[in-house]
Ligand binder design. Sequence first.
Ligand code: ZN
Ligand code: ZN
Ligand code: ZN
Length: 275
Amino acid sequence: MKIRYLGTAAAEGIPAMFCHCENCEKARRAGGKNIRTRSQTLIDGKLNVDFSPDSYMHELCYGLNYADVRYYLFTHVHEDHFYPLDFNYMYHGLGHVPEGHPGYDVYGSEDILPGLQSLEHSGDMDYLRLHPLAPFKTAEIGDYRVTPIRANHGTPHPYCYIISDGKKTILYLHDTGLLPEDSLSCITGSGLHFDLVSYDCTGGNHERLSYTSHLCFADIRRYTEEFRALGLIDGRTVLVLNHFSHNSPAVNYDDRGVYEALGYVMAYDGLEIEV
Ligand SMILES: [Zn+2]
Ligand SMILES: [Zn+2]
Ligand SMILES: [Zn+2]
């Protein structure tokens, strides 16, 4: 399974618009992998997770064509993950595809429905099919089995996901704070082996956060210990930190040594990992 991180920042991006903070100034000076855009991850070029206001730029930068991506999965409806307005351009009067094109299948909690059903052309797009997912119920999405897990975040029904292609399994923890009890037991009781865990690291290298909707590195280390003790992860598991905010410490790519020293990969825009 190939996991490609296209956008690795929290909502404001790094550097953030309208911001002169130290992290943003450092990122502006250093450039390269220190520049982070809003959330999007593409699995095997087939299953897209989240579609942000930067997705058009990702299409250009990474040589993609969204007409060739059938499956769109959403974690939640914050605008840095869910920017449905650009789905208007799926409309066949605007985006041209050959006869027999399979159309598009979109998945997420019920929260995605209003934004997609109110698109200007949605009534004329029978090739845009919406699939609300129930928590903890595994769905077949193309070649993948996808289990939504309730997240702890600031939208009505946010999800994290377990995604498997039958050979490899990843745990995608975006966006979430400390997980609700039923979600944690869904993971810890799954009996699965995770080949990759992608952690919400919005809090950067903080020891504790003053808010509950994201994780920091100290929370992540505790989860890793718990997962390792239960045999859900082992030395082969790739541990990725993603979704960085300019408001937290150690979030520029040049700070990655803090995390690498403990065996974690700090995501950057364009990073591809094969498990
Ligand atoms: Zn976010
Ligand atoms: Zn800033
Ligand atoms: Zn969010």
